[in-house]
Ligand binder design. Structure first.
Ligand SMILES: *Cc1c(COP(=O)(O)O)cnc(C)c1O
Length: 467
């Protein structure tokens, strides 16, 4: 440990010299581990440990004098990291996996090392430029007009909330301009299959959610939205369509929903946190027809766009509307907010922000867009292939045909307890992480396929354990 006296020297060079040897060791220690982890080819799935076991193995690591970088790194590598699931393992198929490209993961280290502030143009213009290039590319892919733009938020939950806050702000202003009294309760309309984060956003905003029933195909259709708009009238400030439900990967009938929202002048938000990435695949575009009419949309790069946690691309058709809703005003910020610059902080619920879009920017710049399309297409094709295999096995049956890369099926005769036991053994054997889900109260099992390294053979091996 450095002598504190050296650190109080009035000579900056002496102060730097005092801490340099230790700093070099620390940085080397950390980057060496980062390199080992990034290049490791057989990182196990790992699994959670009890707090008791963690205490036994890791003990107390926060001490008065510090335990040093070597020991702290060793504790992380040998004890703490193995107690965290490897979400980018090819056998991780639960929830929505993550599969960051090595380019994106490695660049995340640079984002930290560079101490970039991504909230304002004057502080982070270079980073914001690069993030915007990605956002504009995505906006164009989704058919949004020039002028569309947005910001990388922490995740889909915050992205959805930010978009809905902007939507409500627009109608509040419209009511004020027209001198009309506000409704008692604002209403957001979505499908009964919409993600839980919409309900959570509504709770925070203190607005009501109307969950419209889907058709037999599991999709939200325009006629159902129209009925809700007839019932709730001007109280509806936004309609949310889902571009790939989390449980099944079902894409709403966005074109028919958009026809209704456009005719009524209601804000259309597309929650594509998981699934909208599939629109990058040429053959999938028709499934997403209507997205081009969105007033706002989200897609999570940490899901199917191969970026590390955590990043949600939030894009507005007219970013000026979001600026009005989200810009924070304070004396110490006036110098930022009075400038005509593009300040990402002003587009969502946040102020200080990490330039969390940069890992995706670097990976996309490195690999090019075609590699992205191919990697997403891999998931879609693999889902269809394993669905055929499931359909061909007498003891298994599909709950529905996969539309994107999520396959939901059942094992005949199994109860939830059977699924739980099987799931635990699969993880104990370090083959895969697959957890039960449910559909209309029936326990089912679900593969969410994101990782380009997940193979048909691995999925077949997992099915074999269900015989
Ligand atoms: C995952 C998901 C969300 C939430 O995103 P987070 O990044 O987990 O906050 C919202 N909507 C859909 C459809 C999702 O799949």
């Amino acid at each position: 440990m450095t002598d504190p006296a050296d650190l109080t020297s009035t000579d900056p060079a002496a102060r730097m010299h005092a801490i340099l040897p230790e700093t070099v060791d620390t940085v080397d220690e950390v980057l060496d581990y980062a390199r080992r982890r990034a290049l490791g080819t057989d990182i196990p799935l790992d699994k959670a440990m009890t707090e008791r076991d963690l205490f036994r193995l890791a003990g107390r690591t926060i001490t008065t004098d510090g335990i040093g970088a070597r020991r702290a790194t060793a504790v992380f590598e040998n004890v703490l990291a193995p107690a965290c699931l490897t979400t980018d393992h090819p056998g991780y198929l639960a929830f929505i996996p993550s599969a960051p490209s090595k380019a994106a993961s490695a660049f995340d280290v640079i984002v930290s090392a560079s101490a970039v502030y991504g909230g304002s143009w004057i502080e982070g213009s270079g980073a914001v430029y690069a993030e915007n290039e990605v956002l504009h590319w995505l906006a164009a892919e989704f058919g949004l007009p020039e002028g569309a733009g947005g910001v990388f938020m922490q995740g889909g939950t915050i992205g959805n909330l930010s978009a809905l806050v902007a939507a409500r702000d627009v109608v509040r202003r419209r009511f004020a301009d027209e001198g009309r009294a506000r409704p008692d309760r604002w209403v957001v309309v979505c499908s009964s299959e919409a993600h839980s984060s919409i309900k959570s956003a509504a709770e925070i905003m203190d607005v009501d959610v109307v969950g419209v029933p889907t058709g037999d195909d599991g999709r939200l259709h325009g006629d159902a939205v129209e009925a809700a708009l007839d019932e709730f009238g001007d109280a509806v400030f936004a309609v949310v369509a889902t571009g790939g439900t989390t449980n099944f990967g079902i894409v709403d009938d966005i074109a028919s929903v958009a026809a209704v929202t456009r005719a009524r002048g209601v804000w259309l938000h597309i929650d594509g946190a998981y699934g909208l990435a599939a629109m990058l695949v040429e053959g999938m575009r028709p499934v997403f027809a209507g997205v081009e009419h969105a007033d706002s949309l989200i897609v999570d790069p940490h899901k199917w766009l191969f970026a590390p946690f955590d990043a949600c691309a939030l894009i507005y058709r007219d970013p000026a509307q979001a600026l009005r809703a989200h810009t924070q005003h304070a004396e110490y910020l006036d110098t930022l907010t009075d400038a005509a610059d593009w300040n990402p902080s002003d587009l969502g619920i946040q102020l200080t922000r990490r330039a969390r879009g940069l890992p995706m920017w670097f990976s996309l710049a490195t690999h090019g867009t075609e590699r992205y399309r191919a990697a997403i297409d891999h998931g879609i094709r693999l889902a269809r292939r394993i669905a055929d295999e499931i359909a061909a096995r007498p003891s298994l049956s599909l709950v529905r045909d996969p539309q994107l890369s999520i396959v939901v099926f059942r094992r005949e005769g199994w109860t939830l307890a059977d699924y739980d036991r099987w799931s635990q053994k699969l993880l104990d054997d370090q083959i895969g992480f697959v957890v039960p889900s449910s559909h209309h109260g029936e326990p089912v099992v679900r593969f969410a396929i994101i990782n380009p390294l997940t193979t048909f053979d691995l999925l077949v091996k997992i099915l074999d354990t269900m015989e």
